[in-house]
Design a protein around this ligand. Structure first.
Ligand SMILES: [Zn+2]
Length: 328
């Protein structure tokens, strides 16, 4: 099987798999996609596929070359995160040196959309007259930030966010998490399709923090909609928090509210906060759209105020005061 360790992204697997199998790969690829959608994995697997010469699988994943590449330990496959022209010139100078241990050299630019125009122009020369046996990968979230001249000299591939079920099955199949299914689903919904984000959250105690914050945001939104006393009590528990932490929690409240608003019009729409449509419907149904939108506005104003140094007490209190003023 081609690229068996890349989850989802069938189009990319097919395009690169066929190109590698037929040795007809391009000298430059732009891989565009959201954070955590597998851009690095694609670049690594493609590099291994280009270099590996064993077996029917592309790449085989077990030869010394594949192992080195997958562990970022191959001197001929280099990842760079740079933005300035001098850095790019330095990298390009090395491109013309002969390879050390493989038949090809692979140069990967992380966040290529952050290369400034001068740096992009310096890179362009190598894309126009590609050195022999060199393959470039430009990873970015927005290929529109790259010069048209760069885009026209590279093949553009797009990684896509994964659906929740695919991530859930992958994590369960590989026994990557010791969380309950419900808590795992909380992390997956928060990831918005980013397997990289899920991996990051499953590392250490980060998932516990996130699950706690999400639970608090959910309770706060529910209380703001229906119980003054509970809303005041939850807000007070956040008074002494650092401003950034309050802001993050309020952002989670906004995402939850977005679900409560959209589910009124489209009961089966994919949700970005709640793991269960029934739970979202239960919280949303007693309230009209106007009230939900008013709360959304109040929370947005509080986030804006926190951004310009308002106190956490002031910002949280204003949400409660606005909710009261606008009525229930
Ligand atoms: Zn191999």
């Amino acid at each position: 099987m081609i690229f068996k360790s890349l989850i989802g992204n069938e189009d990319i697997k097919n395009t690169l798999g066929v190109a590698i199998k037929n040795s007809s790969f391009s000298h430059a690829y732009i891989i565009e996609g959201p954070k955590g959608s597998g851009k690095h994995t694609v670049a690594r697997l493609a590099s291994a596929g280009i270099m590996c010469n064993k077996g029917a699988d592309i790449p085989c994943g077990s030869c010394i070359t594949c192992q080195k590449i997958m562990h970022d330990n191959c001197v001929d496959v280099r990842f760079y995160t740079v933005s300035k022209v001098d850095d790019v010139r330095e990298i390009i100078a090395m491109v013309y040196e002969s390879t050390t241990e493989c038949d090809y050299k692979v140069i990967v630019f992380n966040d290529a959309d952050k290369l400034n125009p001068k740096a992009q122009n310096a890179l362009l020369i190598s894309l126009e007259e590609p050195p022999k046996n060199v393959v470039f990968f430009l990873l970015c979230q927005d290929a529109g930030m790259l010069l048209e001249t760069i885009r026209s000299r590279a093949q553009i591939l797009r990684t896509k966010p994964l659906d929740s079920e695919t991530i859930f099955n992958h994590v369960k199949k590989n026994a990557l998490a010791s969380l309950s299914d419900e808590n795992l689903m909380e992390i997956i919904v928060a990831s918005q399709g980013s397997l990289g984000y899920v991996y990051d959250m499953l590392d250490g105690d980060k998932s516990k923090e996130l699950i706690k914050s999400r639970a608090l945001a959910k309770s706060f939104v529910a209380a703001l909609l229906s119980s003054d006393a509970d809303a005041v009590s939850i807000a007070s528990s956040m008074f002494n928090w650092q401003r950034e932490k309050v802001k993050d929690t309020l952002f989670l409240c906004l995402i939850a509210l977005r679900d409560l608003i959209v589910i009124k019009k489209s009961p089966n729409v994919p949700l970005t906060f709640f793991t269960s449509h029934n739970e979202a419907k239960d919280i949303s149904s007693p309230h009209n759209i106007k009230k939900l939108l008013n709360l959304k506005d109040s929370i947005e104003s509080a986030i804006d105020a926190l951004a310009v140094n308002a106190s956490t007490i002031g910002a949280l209190s204003s949400i409660i005061a606005n909710t009261k003023k606008k009525g229930r």
